[in-house]
Design a protein around this ligand. Sequence first.
Ligand code: FDA
Length: 299
Amino acid sequence: MTLLDRAIVRVLPAVPRGLVRRLSSRYIAGPALEDAVRVVRELNADGKMATIDVLGEEIHNAEEARGIALAYHRVFACIDDKRLDANVSIKLTALGLQLEGGVCREQVEGLVRDAAMRGNFVRIDMEDSSTTDATLDLYRRLRADGVDNVGVVLQARLRRTLGDVPGLHNVRLCKGIYLEPPSIAFEDAEEIRDSFRRTLTALLDQGAYVGIATHDETLIGHALDEVRRRGLRREQYEFQMLLGVRPERGDELVRGGHRLRVYVPFGTHWYEYSIRRLQENPKIAGYVAADTVKRLTRL
Ligand code: FDA
C-alpha cells in the first residue's frame, strides 16, 4: 500500500458526494432494484452471469435485519420475473449476526428456502475476521441440515484459510478485502497469492465447486492452467469479478468458453458503501484513482 493510497483515503470524506457518486457509478448498479436489473440484463446479454448484492448499512435491531432479508426476497422474485441469470450475495452482519435470538439464522434459512423453491442460490460473503467462525459455522450447519443451494467465501489473506477447506462444497475464493493484523493475515502480496493457489488446489482436490474471484492476472493464469490440467468441464467452476473491474478481461474469459459471474451491488446506501470499501482497503482507492486518471487521459 503506497503513501498515495493512504493520502487518497484520508481526503475522501472531503470529496463532494456528487464526485464520489460519479467515481463509484462504474462499481455500483445504482440506487434501485431496476438499476440492478438493467445492469444484469446487459451482463447476461454479454454471456456473463451475475450475483446481486443489496447494499445495506449497519443494522441495529431485528426489524432492520428483516428489512434487508425482505429486500433480498424481492430480488429473488425479480430474478424469476425478468428471467435473469443471477443469484444473490448476502452479508450476515446485515441479517443480524450480531443480534441475539437466532435472528440471522432465521433470515438466512428463509432466503435459502425461497432460493431453493426458485432453483436459485445464496452466496454468503465473508466479512472481517471477527465473523469468520460464525459465518463458516452457519454455512456448515445449513449444509448438515441438507441445504445445498448455499455457498460461502474464503479469503486467501487469512493464515487460517487452508485449514478451513475440509468439508466445504461451494466456495468463492478471493484474496480478502479487509486489512487484518499480521498475526492472523499475510501481508506480502506474494504470500497472499501463494495462499490463494494452495487453497484453490485443496478445494479442487476435494471436488468443491469454486468461484475463482480475482482480477489478478497471475492468479487468473494459474487458475486457467489448473482448469486445463484437471480437464474440468465449464459447469464445474466459475470465474468471478466485481462490476466495473477489468471488464475486457471478463469478456476474454467468456470468449474462451469459461463461465463468469459479476458481482452487482445496488442500493440507496451507495455512498456509505463506497467510502467504507475504500477506507477498508486503501489499495482499492489507489486502483480507482489510477483507473479514473487512465480514463480521463484517454479522452
Ligand atoms: P488485486 O487487489 O491484486 O487486484 C488485481 C488488479 O485488479 C489490480 O491491479 C487492479 O488493476 C484491478 N482491481 C482490483 N480491484 C479493483 C477495483 N476495486 N477497482 C479498480 N481496479 C481494481 N472480499 C472479501 O473480503 N469478502 C468477500 O466476500 C468478497 N467477495 C468478492 C466477490 C467477488 C466476485 C470479487 C471479485 C471479489 C470479492 N472480494 C471479497 C474482494 C477481494 O477479496 C479482493 O479485495 C478484490 O477482488 C481485489 O483482489 P484481486 O484478487 O482482484 O487482486
